[in-house]
Design a protein around this ligand. Structure first.
Ligand SMILES: [Fe+2]
Ligand SMILES: [Fe+2]
Length: 351
């Protein structure tokens, strides 16, 4: 999700310092702007901003529905497969141990990306004295709602890139080599679609200002091209890189959920909070299960799926092997479930 070059640029101390300085006043303003996080209907204009440097008169609905003479509504091609509550609650941060030099390179780069994002958005471990034991322990710093949204929006804006790049390259490979792809393309494109829905959901909660938009534009330009080259050189290492990045995404959403559960995020802890319509429709969130915590549980489960899928794909022969997640198995055997296997399936388990 984050490319080598994109992250190097994003993580440079100079840029991180600029980001930090620019966001600080916006974060302070945004705290005052929390008149309530509520979904915006398709025809409503956005009147509440949680952070933005854009002048108020320029506010607009980011994705208003296009009214035409004959079309009632446009349904998404990819329906979400859904989760049970138990599946979502069982997701935990996990790590696939490094086994090859490619794993090592991918993991080190992801950790560099993580450090840069933590530095830029202020999410870092701080020492706290545990009242029960009297010992000092390191715990994640508490961010407010605006700070979390900044992090979510930036990350999700680039999270949708790898699946699209990989799917596109495999599509072109199939065309020019006159070969079947064996089911990888659809899964990869669906992953990028899913990530884009994460972004659109968060966009319903706030509007980024010009600085954030510029950062997103720059990051996408560098990231897309770096991933393009990376996937051409080594699909295995690129999938491993995405797998490790998804591990970090699960970690990040878990921290946010824990802060909501601990009552640190007042607006998001409120039972009055209602997930945006776009999220309710996409995940088919049941009545009574539409709080911010519920929403983050769905998104974290999606990231856990991406984690399992990408680690598994990295373990396969990327040229020849079929995609196990969309395959029908012989006998009574069921296809693997990415959510159940944080470290991914080994090739011998699924081929
Ligand atoms: Fe995501
Ligand atoms: Fe993801």
């Amino acid at each position: 999700m984050l490319s080598t070059k994109a992250t190097v640029k994003l993580c440079s101390p100079k840029l991180a310092a600029l980001l930090s300085r620019s966001l600080t006043p916006l974060l302070q303003q945004s705290t005052l702007a929390y008149a309530g996080l509520r979904p915006f209907g398709p025809q409503q204009s956005i009147t509440v901003r949680h952070f933005s440097s854009s002048p108020a008169p320029h506010l607009k609905d980011w994705f208003p529905r296009k009214e035409t003479e004959h079309i009632r509504q446009t349904l998404p091609t990819w329906q979400h497969h859904g989760y049970t509550e138990q599946e979502m609650l069982s997701v935990v941060p996990e790590h696939r141990p490094v086994k090859t030099w490619g794993d090592w390179a991918a993991y080190k780069f992801v950790k560099l990306c993580r450090w840069g994002m933590d530095f830029s958005t202020g999410l870092r471990d701080i020492p706290v004295v545990d009242k029960a034991t009297g010992k000092t322990v390191m715990v994640p710093r508490i961010l407010n709602e605006s700070q979390w949204l900044i992090r979510f929006i930036f990350l999700e804006s680039i999270a949708g890139v790898p699946g699209m790049v990989a799917g596109m390259l495999r599509h072109l490979h199939s065309l020019r080599k006159l070969k079947r792809d064996n089911g990888w393309i659809e899964t990869l494109l669906e992953e990028s679609y899913n990530e884009r829905l994460h972004l659109l959901t968060f966009m319903r909660l706030c509007e980024p200002g010009w600085f954030m938009k510029t950062m997103i534009l720059a990051a996408q330009g560098v990231y897309f091209n770096a991933l393009f080259v990376s996937y051409l050189i080594s699909p295995k290492i690129t999938h491993r890189f995405v797998g490790y990045l998804e591990e970090e995404a699960v970690h990040t959403y878990t921290t946010a959920i824990e802060q909501i559960e601990a009552g640190h995020l007042e607006k998001w802890s409120s039972q009055d909070f209602q997930a945006p319509d776009i999220a309710i429709n996409y995940w088919k969130m049941p009545e009574g299960k539409r709080t911010m915590k519920d929403l983050l549980l769905y998104i974290r489960a999606d990231e856990a799926c991406h984690r399992g899928v990408n680690h598994t794909l990295s373990n396969l022969n990327t040229d020849e092997d079929p995609n196990p997640f969309v395959s029908e198995y012989k006998g009574d055997r069921q296809p693997p479930k990415a959510l159940d296997k944080a470290q991914g399936y080994e090739r011998t388990e699924v081929m």
